[in-house]
Every structure is written in structure tokens, then in C-alpha cells.
Design a protein around this ligand. Structure first.
Ligand code: PMP
Length: 419
């Protein structure tokens, strides 16, 4: 095949996006590497926007999947009981939930991140019998009307074509000024019942905003938000679709804050292999939907159960988590060094773990860095409402050597743009 993008320009809708940022035809991928039709090799610092935390075509998951298909394992069965589903539920409970003392039931909301968010918003309203949901500036939660109504990005919201209701957007942590605690305002607002303030059904947020520019909530701030939610009987929904599954250094991004949200939304890398898969973790006392009250044809993909179960085995070894933290520290040191060396970029570091980047104060800088990096064989996206952040997002198990090769490519791009 020729590396010719005409077919996409002619036949695919204008809404296509990543193929514009990374204009080549990809054919193959393994671990942290991708290849295009010209056999050019790329380092993947994008990881399928978080769907490939374990890299491409993980050999253990691949073997299990091939074996499952070879033996005519059931591929599609709606939410019928299957051996693959039983294995996944047991593994999730034994390796992730029980050791963290988390008492959740697992709900299968449909195959995407948006589906898990939508189910969380619905359930919170059903349980509390209230309507409003509080979300945060620059938060991203998905593209259906419910999920979009809590997404803090005006460009994406305009995609709905109509004003979106039933959500109140609050400034995220550190948004205005680090001395001005947005939660003090929030609590005061909730206390003001006499003036007609309605207590919301839920608060939804990411602990690190993946699409919104790597804005990061402090653990103390999360603790305080959790306490406010408890005080007013508001559902706390943590959208860990992007920041979860090890991205920030722990399996769940909220673990270091010591909180136990009412609902946890997981998708992207929970399936391990890049197959569409999502789960919603809910507290047993909130498990009030009757059979079929929330359903969907693709609730529980058996092939994703197989790969997800295998992916969770990595978490049985404590050195896996330590390795993620080590890589995160290397990224922090690299970015801090870069900021010091290139003051022209007017940059500051954002994010946590293997979800960090630099926000540049110079218009268009980060986009140019990502563009040049791509030309040099590194796939990296930008984030933030003005694409002001270039975002290092390699697989969480990337080789240290490859991580350093990526650093070299990024530094070369920064140097070229800073000139
Ligand atoms: N929540 C977060 C935090 C996300 O990053 C995304 C996707 N970028 C979604 C929800 C929506 O997931 P999906 O694209 O699978 O619907």
C-alpha cells in the first residue's frame, strides 16, 4: 500500500482528528513502537490516549487471546454468564479490590469510557433523586449528551448543537490561584439552602485532567471534596478512564488521597489490549437498578475479559507498581531539566506519574514540538483547551532506554522550536 491519505480525505468524515495530527498510514505495532506503511519506526508516547498502558500487542495477552479464539471461546454473549467473565471478576476482586480494601460491585455499562460515565451520572440521579451534577473546568468525560454536559470544554460542547443543561461547572483545583480554595466557595454555596440552592446528585472529576491539560488535583483537595460530598450526601464520581490503571503511579489515581469514591469509571486500559471495554464500580448499597434497567448489546466483551484478566496479573507483582513510579520520577526530572534549559518556552510542568507534560506560555509552542517530534519518529499529543501542553504518555511499562530515546527526540524538538 502507498502512504497516500486521499482515501481518508475523500471517504472519511471531516470529524477525523488523530490522523491529521499523525499523518501517515500505520500498519504494525509492538510494545512502545509503531510502524507505518513505509516501514518508518515511531516511539509511541501517546498509548492510544490511554487505551494501551501495557503497550501494543502484549505477548501474554496475545497468547491468551489466540488460545481463546482457537478453542472457539464465546466471543459475544451480551451479559450472559461466561467463564471469561467469571475469571475477570475474580481476578479484579482478588488482585485489585480486596488488597485495597475497596468494596465495589462491578457494573458493565457498555464498551466505552463515555458509557461508564453515562451510567455513573444516571445511577447517581436514580439513587439521590436529584438532577444537577457538578463538574469542573477543563474536565473531559465523553461525547454523549450526558457525559458532554459535564465536560468543561466549550469547543466539544458546541458539537451538541444545543445548550447543555443539568450541570454546574466549578473551577478545578489551583485553577484561579493557589491561595483561593475553590472548595471553600463550593461548601459555602451548598450551605446556602435558604436561597434556593439545590443540592446536586453528584460531583464528577478526573484527579488529573487527561484531555484538559494535565491539571492535577492535590490529595488534600480531593480529601476535602470527599468530605464535602459525604456531608451533603452527594455522589463522588471519579472518572479514572484515562488517569486510572496505573497511569499516575497506582492502579487507581485516587489511592494516594485515601478516598473511596461512590463510583469509579474505568475504560481504556482496563481491557489491557486495546479492545473496547468499560466497567463502572459501584457501592453495594447503590446497586439498585433492576435487571435490564441499564443495558446494552456490548456489555462485557468476552475477548476483552480474557485480555483484561491477563493484564491484571501484572499487578500481582509489587515491583510492577514500583517500576511505574520509577519511570514517573525519570519523566519529572527530564521535564524539570528541560524547563530550566529552555526558558524561551516559558514552560511549567504538569501532571503526575506517566501522565506529565509541559505547559508552554508561548502560543503554538507545544503544538510545534509535537509536530517536529512526529517528524523525528515520536508520537505525542497535545492537551489543554489551547493545546498548550505537550503530553508524555508512553506505555507504563516502557523500557528505560526507550524512555530516554524519547526524551532525546523531545529535547531536539524543543530546541528547534525555541530557536
Ligand atoms: N473520560 C475521560 C477522562 C477520558 O479521557 C475519555 C476519553 N478520552 C472519556 C471519558 C471518554 O472515553 P471514550 O472515548 O472511550 O468514550
Amino acid at each position: 500500500m502507498k502512504n497516500d491519505l486521499t482515501v481518508f480525505e475523500e471517504l472519511e468524515s471531516e470529524v477525523r482528528s488523530y490522523c491529521r495530527s499523525f499523518p501517515t498510514i500505520f500498519t504494525k505495532a509492538k510494545g512502545y513502537k509503531m510502524w507505518d506503511v513505509d516501514d518508518k519506526e515511531y516511539l509511541d508516547f501517546f498509548s492510544g490516549a490511554g487505551a494501551l498502558n501495557y503497550g501494543h500487542n502484549d505477548p501474554n495477552m496475545k497468547e491468551k487471546l489466540i488460545d481463546y479464539i482457537t478453542h472457539d471461546g464465546i466471543t459475544h454473549s451480551l451479559d450472559m454468564a461466561s467463564d471469561a467473565k467469571a475469571d475477570f471478576l475474580n481476578k479484579l476482586n482478588d488482585v485489585i479490590l480486596k488488597p485495597r480494601d475497596l468494596d465495589y460491585k462491578v457494573m458493565f455499562p457498555g464498551p466505552t469510557g463515555t458509557n461508564t460515565v453515562e451510567s455513573a451520572l444516571k445511577l447517581a440521579r436514580k439513587v439521590t433523586k436529584r438532577t444537577e451534577v457538578v463538574s469542573f473546568t477543563n474536565g473531559f468525560h465523553g461525547m454523549t449528551i450526558g457525559a458532554l454536559s459535564v465536560t468543561g470544554n466549550s469547543f466539544k460542547r458546541k458539537g451538541a448543537g444545543i445548550p447543555l443543561h443539568n450541570a454546574i461547572t466549578m473551577p478545578y483545583d489551583n485553577y484561579i490561584d493557589e491561595n483561593l480554595d475553590t472548595l471553600d466557595y463550593f461548601e459555602r454555596y451548598l450551605e446556602d439552602g435558604g436561597s434556593g440552592v439545590e443540592i446536586p446528585a453528584a460531583v464528577i472529576l478526573e484527579t488529573v485532567q487527561g484531555e484538559g491539560g494535565l491539571n492535577t488535583a492535590r490529595f488534600e483537595w480531593l480529601k476535602k471534596l470527599d468530605a464535602i460530598c459525604k456531608r451533603f450526601d452527594i455522589f463522588l464520581i471519579i472518572d479514572d478512564v484515562q488517569a486510572g490503571v496505573g497511569r499516575t503511579g497506582t492502579f487507581f489515581s485516587f489511592e494516594p488521597a485515601g478516598i473511596k469514591p461512590d463510583v469509579v469509571c474505568l475504560s481504556k486500559s482496563i481491557g489491557g489490549y486495546g479492545l473496547p471495554f468499560a466497567i463502572t464500580l459501584i457501592k453495594p448499597e447503590h446497586d439498585i437498578w433492576g435487571p435490564g434497567e441499564h443495558n446494552g448489546t456490548f456489555r462485557g466483551n468476552n475477548m476483552a475479559f480474557v485480555t483484561a484478566t491477563e493484564a491484571l496479573r501484572y499487578w500481582e507483582d509489587p515491583s510492577f507498581e514500583e517500576g511505574i513510579k520509577e519511570r514517573g520520577e525519570k519523566i519529572t526530572a527530564f521535564l524539570d531539566g528541560l524547563i530550566e534549559k529552555y526558558p524561551e518556552m516559558k514552560g511549567y510542568r504538569k501532571g503526575r506519574g506517566i501522565m506529565q507534560g509541559i505547559s508552554s506560555g508561548v502560543e503554538g509552542f507545544s503544538e510545534k514540538v509535537a509536530e517536529l517530534a512526529f517528524q523525528q519518529g515520536l508520537i505525542m499529543e497535545t492537551a489543554g483547551s489551547d493545546d498548550e501542553v505537550f503530553k508524555l504518555f508512553p506505555p507504563i511499562n516502557i523500557d528505560m532506554e526507550a524512555l530516554e530515546q524519547g526524551f532525546e527526540k523531545i529535547e531536539a524538538a524543543v530546541e528547534a522550536v525555541a530557536k
